[in-house]
Ligand binder design. Structure first.
Ligand code: SF4
Length: 650
């Protein structure tokens, strides 16, 4: 039996900021009996998005798994989030019964009482929050130190495609779509518990590992060569597969989740109901890890989208619906989806939003439909590279002409604000490529003034530092050092500001390059990086994704200390270009992408004479990236020809 900690927490809540984030009881949340299945066969999951409630609660991945798991009458799933430092202090100080451990927000049960502690990482900057939660929970940080009563600590999410930097802290990791695999894992745990836990924790992990779909780091040995590179990663037990495969959900219509969206009690980063209209992206942008690891494209049908929107609004009361995916305008029936939903909710208080990233006039038509009930706040496009040359390197084939034509359409339709997103530090980039962003922004403003006849046109340029990611053609690239990134961005900012005619109409947003270097270290790191993460956490590192909590110096000092005995350093992990033969830390984790295809694409990217353009395999023949045959999957796209009938709004 697990006892609620709420009676111990409640008297202390008035002394912490935003106490409501710790109380649970949100609309559509679930609290189940601790023993909901007979004979000790209940399987219990504590699910964590390792960031504060305001970021974690809206996370789709966690909401989906929470619901999918709780639908099984033999599974209990509850949620936990990272606690803010003031709450951490209160919990560590505790009361007469000792420290208050990490708890779930649903029934305030100690996380350590659960069978599984599942964490979803969309960014590597949540790693120190994981260590803090483990420590607060009373679960040993290192997997080797855990006992029979400790939960199995399991990671998922995009960062789990290279979990090596946190391998020492994990019992297991899962790659890819979570819906089916969490149930498969639950079945294995249920069976093992039902049999009386034969062989203990080790046997449970072995059973998970031999399935081929769960990575158990302790069953793999990593050997290093004298130069510090990895020699090999090999299973250390019979029956453990050499490579662990990602999971791909092949029928999104059969999994229409979330069906009961959680409605937050406290303010959160998104307050809307989101429906994922397709998964995967095959546009082939070379920097984009999300696009590469989620292949192939699988669309949700227009009917299911319509049903999910209708049902989600009814169950949650949200007034905004977001249609999510990596490039929503690419859904084969997006025009009908947009018009159908706009007609259905015309005149109601339901507004629709679409993350617009594709640069073309069709996007403006969509945006016009979507803004029928809402405000025309602004449109965002992501050319990503400032110069045409740069966009060719990253395989984002948007011409300057396309962009200007698109924004002209937007401004002439009454939009006043356009946001352009770019990256700095891309392979082969020079100062000129980045300064081209200023020219582009000026042309955008000039065109906007011309077509609208107004002077209050604005264009915001937003720039992020490029971080090379595993399982992409740029996984071999040297990351640009933060000093050069900052210098380039400063030159760009000065160029924009000095422009008397257009400078004031151009907004400029960028982050300094330092957090990107830490993200780079954690993205392409190997098991030796775990010691850095631990050192940073021990030195007080928490909430590294928040600029007010992030300390670059702490990471640098920890890296120097932790890597001293290894013969490699921070630059080795970040600003060094890799060779073809190098064993990459994630080579044994199978995203389906053919390594030779990735390499050829990398060579095409950096070859100034190459004119190879990788087109989208949805509309052109398969170009053999490897995913479909390797994963036994296929592209699933429409059009289905169905229309969304207007329903009367309840
Ligand atoms: S294998 Fe072919 S069809 Fe499948 S995602 Fe790759 S390129 Fe597209």
């Amino acid at each position: 039996m697990s006892k609620s900690l709420f009676a111990r927490l409640e008297p202390r809540l008035s002394s912490v900021s935003k106490p409501i984030q710790y109380v649970g009881g949100e609309l559509n949340s679930t609290v189940k009996d601790w023993d909901c299945a007979p004979e000790g066969e209940t399987v219990r999951w504590a699910l964590m998005y390792p960031d504060a409630y305001e970021v974690g609660l809206p996370n789709q991945g966690v909401q989906i798994l929470y619901e999918v798991l709780n639908e099984r009458d033999w599974v209990v799933a509850e949620r936990t989030y990272a606690v803010w430092p003031d709450m951490e202090q209160v919990m560590r100080e505790g009361d007469a019964d000792g420290p208050i451990p990490q708890f779930t927000v649903d029934a305030h049960r100690p996380v350590r009482d659960f069978d599984l502690f599942g964490l979803s990482f969309s960014t590597e900057l949540g790693y120190t929050n994981m260590l803090n939660a483990l420590d607060l929970a009373g679960i040993p940080l290192h997997a080797v130190d855990r006992g029979e009563d400790d939960p199995v600590v399991l990671a998922g999410g995009h960062a789990a495609f290279n979990p090596e930097p946190i391998a020492d802290f994990l019992d297991a990791a899962v790659l890819g779509d979570g819906e089916e695999v969490v149930l498969a894992i639950s079945e294995v745990v249920r069976e093992w518990k039902g049999e009386g836990r034969p062989g203990g924790r080790d046997e449970l992990l072995r059973r998970l590992a031999v399935s081929g779909g769960v990575y158990v780091p302790k069953f793999y040995d990593v050997g290093y060569a004298e130069d510090g590179s990895i020699e090999a990663v090999v299973p250390n037990r019979p029956g453990i597969p050499f490579r662990v495969r990602k999971h791909t959900l092949m029928d999104l219509d059969a999994w229409p989740y979330p069906a009961k969206p959680l409605v937050p009690l406290a303010e959160t980063v998104h307050e809307r109901f989101s429906v994922e209209i397709f998964r995967g992206c095959t546009r082939g942008c070379r920097f984009c890890q999300a696009g590469m690891i989620t292949r192939p494209v699988r669309e949700r049908s227009i009917e299911t989208i319509g049903d999910m929107v209708e049902n989600g609004i009814r169950k949650s009361g949200f007034e905004e619906v977001g249609l999510l995916s990596l490039s929503s305008a690419d859904h084969t029936e997006i025009g009908d989806v947009a018009k159908g939903l706009a007609d259905r909710y015309d005149g109601s208080n339901v507004s629709l939003s679409l993350p617009s990233t594709r640069v073309d006039a069709f996007n403006i038509t969509l945006a016009n439909e979507f803004s029928r009930n809402g405000r025309r706040s602004g449109l965002t496009f992501a050319p990503e590279g400032g110069s045409e040359r740069m966009r060719k390197v990253i395989n984002k084939m948007v011409t300057e002409e396309d962009l200007i034509r698109t924004v002209a359409t937007a401004y002439s339709h009454g939009w006043r604000q356009v946001k352009l997103y770019f990256m700095c530090g891309l392979p082969t980039e020079t100062d000129e490529d980045v300064l081209a962003i200023a020219d582009l922004a000026k042309k955008v403003i000039a065109k906007g003034r011309e077509v609208s006849g107004r002077n209050d046109i604005r264009c915001t340029v937003s720039i992020g530092g490029f971080v090379p990611k595993p399982h992409t053609p740029f996984q071999w690239a040297a990351q640009l050092d933060h000093e050069t990134t900052d210098e380039r961005l400063k030159k760009l900012r000065d160029t924009v500001r000095e422009d008397k005619r257009y400078g004031r109409a151009i907004g400029f947003r960028y982050h300094d390059g330092k957090p990107g270097i830490v993200e780079g270290l954690l993205s392409r790191g190997d098991r030796r990086v775990g010691a850095i993460v631990e050192q940073v956490w021990r030195d007080g590192g928490r909430f590294d994704g928040w600029s007010e909590h992030f300390s670059y110096d702490r990471w640098i000092e920890s890296a120097e200390k932790a890597l001293a005995p290894t013969g490699v350093d921070l630059d080795w992990f970040t600003t060094r270009e890799r060779e073809y033969d190098e064993v990459l830390p994630w080579d044994h984790l199978d995203s389906g992408l053919d390594k030779d295809w990735l390499w050829a694409d990398w060579e095409d990217a950096i070859d100034p004479d190459s004119d190879v353009e990788v087109e989208d395999c949805r509309w052109t023949p398969c170009y053999d990236c490897g995913v479909c045959p390797e994963m036994d999957t296929e592209i699933q796209i429409g059009p289905t020809g169905q229309k969304l009938l207007p329903l009367s709004v309840v």
